[in-house]
Design a protein around this ligand. Structure first.
Ligand SMILES: [Zn+2]
Length: 347
């Protein structure tokens, strides 16, 4: 141990979290005691649509910018956590078929983790954005107890992302595909109405959680069906994509069609949490996404409906927590930072 090391307090080394999105990067700094040095979004353009080279430069700029902003010397940074939208391998190689955010051919099979590591000269740890958000939600909920607790998180957006956390760490799986909760197929009995067509997912599965509990599922499956049940509804006159986006606002005003759609979503998530209960029996079931930003009465009703449709044994019910995930806009960068901190400082 060098002399400087012996006089440093634990708080004097840090990790950096970088969240790469379709439009922006967001960056944060986490010190060794678990304190974030930034309490807001610090963004720069991600330029992912320009291809890997400009995008890696933008990530390097985000990294150096956040150090400057927090007056953190480069020498104190032990590691960097990076998250991006998937699909990508556990080691940070973008899918060879490309991905929604990485459609240019030069991205196909691109090793974004190694490229950033080479560019900034520090160890980079990778996870996908949904797993990063799940990890952050877990640590935020459990704080000092996080490393002894487990959780499962469902984040409802365009798709349904999520993650499984056991003893404070994300379960990533052999191929990096663990925690793809959106593509878990669920029993549809009690979820669908009599005569309702089986929902289809973009992944090719029928009746998985994302085919119901996502904006894509609303547009593709739920809204077309429910409009046949409410033929005189004003949304029937609108194109489906616009109509789908108006549903949350309508649900907040107790519109019966909108509530029917969200009730089906909540039931589908409850069925998936029931599978999770029998699989990892987590301490917490976490729910995030657009619903969390909705009016308090609606989001509480949604969470309650998810809970009512999660079939737990009495012992599990007594032990488990259901909670909403907050601060989702910073969750990617913060979760990526937590992953990096855990890797350089194992529990
Ligand atoms: Zn699917």
């Amino acid at each position: 141990m060098d002399q400087a090391e012996t006089v440093r307090t634990p708080a004097s080394w840090v990790v950096v979290g970088l969240d790469n999105g379709g439009t922006c990067n967001n960056a944060t700094v986490l010190d060794a005691t678990g304190r974030y040095l930034v309490d807001h979004l610090v963004e720069n353009p991600s330029l992912v649509t320009d291809g890997p080279e400009p995008a890696i430069e933008q990530l390097a700029e985000a990294f150096h910018n956040i150090l400057e902003l927090t007056s953190t010397p480069l020498t104190l940074v032990r590691a960097v956590g990076l998250d991006t939208p998937g699909p990508a391998s556990a080691a940070g190689v973008i899918s060879s078929k490309g991905a929604t955010n990485f459609s240019m051919v030069s991205w196909h099979g691109f090793d974004i983790r190694s490229a950033l590591e080479a560019r900034i000269g520090l160890p980079v740890f990778y996870l996908n954005d949904a797993n990063a958000a799940a990890l952050y939600a877990h640590h935020r909920l459990f704080g000092a107890e996080a490393m002894t607790k487990s959780s499962v998180a469902a984040i409802v957006g365009t798709g349904l992302g999520g993650g499984v956390v056991v003893n404070g760490s994300v379960v990533s799986g052999a191929a990096g595909m663990a925690g793809e909760l959106g593509h878990v197929q669920i029993p549809l009995h009690g979820v669908l109405e009599v005569g309702q067509p089986i929902p289809e997912c973009n992944c090719g599965f029928q009746g998985d959680v994302e085919s119901i509990a996502s904006l894509t599922g609303i547009k593709k499956n739920l809204l077309p069906y429910w409009l046949t049940r409410f033929p005189d509804h004003p949304l029937a006159a609108e194109p489906l994509p616009q109509a789908a986006k108006k549903l949350r606002g309508l649900a907040e005003q107790d519109d019966p069609l909108a509530l029917a759609v969200f009730e089906q979503q909540a039931k589908a998530i409850g069925k998936m949490f029931t599978i999770a209960a029998n699989f990892t029996d987590p301490d917490a079931y976490l729910l995030g996404g657009g619903v969390v930003e909705a009016a308090p009465k609606f989001r509480q009703w949604f969470l309650d409906t998810v809970r009512e449709n999660t079939q737990l044994r009495d012992e599990q019910r007594a032990a488990a927590t259901f909670a909403l995930v907050a601060d989702l806009d910073m969750a990617g960068a913060r979760g990526a930072a937590v992953a990096a901190l855990e890797t350089v400082q194992p529990a």
